[in-house]
Design a protein around this ligand. Structure first.
Ligand code: IMP
Length: 204
């Protein structure tokens, strides 16, 4: 029997990626948490990805009896003290678009070269059921900030995240390629391995 997960996110980019990841993972099915848009929103203003992911998972697990997956993710730039970090979605203000956020970050990176352009995408995945967090998994992928946006795929900061092993930005990768290497894919694979394990059998 496949394990069924309900996903709590309004981000269409994340939804697409999780559907594809579950499709290739084997034994895991993902659906969107029903009525997600009309549920009270969770305030993701904690300073760590883990706190936001666990908080989100606990909050939305009140609205279903099924197993729930919530994720907090973002882009960490050590030279900027970790910014935009857990505030990646709101960087540049509440009305900013992905393109505005990319522009703002490129502005902050002006004049920075070499190791100062290093960045990593981080994802923390929390699994919860009925107001209990069952497990948390995290992972990251390293890259370098490009000098200008490149590519049309993906979402968010993908056009400026240069993935060195392939010499392309995440927005220049086909979705199947991004799903091999991304922070989200790596964290999700850990969650999927856990869900297929005997340990999870005792909890679920
Ligand atoms: P949140 O987890 O809903 O707070 O949003 C995470 C934010 O981090 C997104 O809105 C993007 O701005 C950024 N982000 C997270 N993962 C990715 C990714 O895979 N590509 C590009 N941007 C990402």
């Amino acid at each position: 029997m496949p394990v069924r997960l309900l996903l709590a996110t309004s981000n269409p980019g994340k939804r697409r990626e999780y559907r594809a990841l579950a499709g290739t993972g084997g034994g895991i099915e993902i659906d969107l948490l029903p009525e997600f848009a009309s549920l009270p929103a969770f305030d993701e203003s904690a300073p760590t990805f883990a706190e936001n992911a666990a908080g989100k998972a606990l909050h939305y697990s009140r609205f279903t009896s099924e197993l729930l997956l919530a994720e907090d993710s973002g882009l960490v730039v050590p030279a900027l003290g970790g910014a935009p970090g857990p505030h990646s979605a709101r960087y540049g203000g509440p009305d900013a678009t992905d393109a505005d956020r990319v522009r703002k970050l490129l502005g902050e990176m002006n004049g920075r070269t070499g190791s100062e352009r290093e960045a990593r995408f981080v994802a923390v995945v929390a699994l919860a059921r009925q107001e209990r967090v069952l497990a948390i998994f995290s992972d990251f992928v390293e890259g370098v900030l490009a000098h200008e946006a490149r590519g049309q795929n993906g979402f968010g900061y993908d056009p400026i995240f240069l993935f060195k092993p392939l010499g392309r930005t995440f927005a220049e990768l086909a979705s199947e390629e991004k799903n091999l290497y991304s922070h989200r894919a790596r964290a999700f694979r850990k969650a999927a391995d856990f869900l297929r394990s005997r340990e999870a059998g005792l909890l679920l």
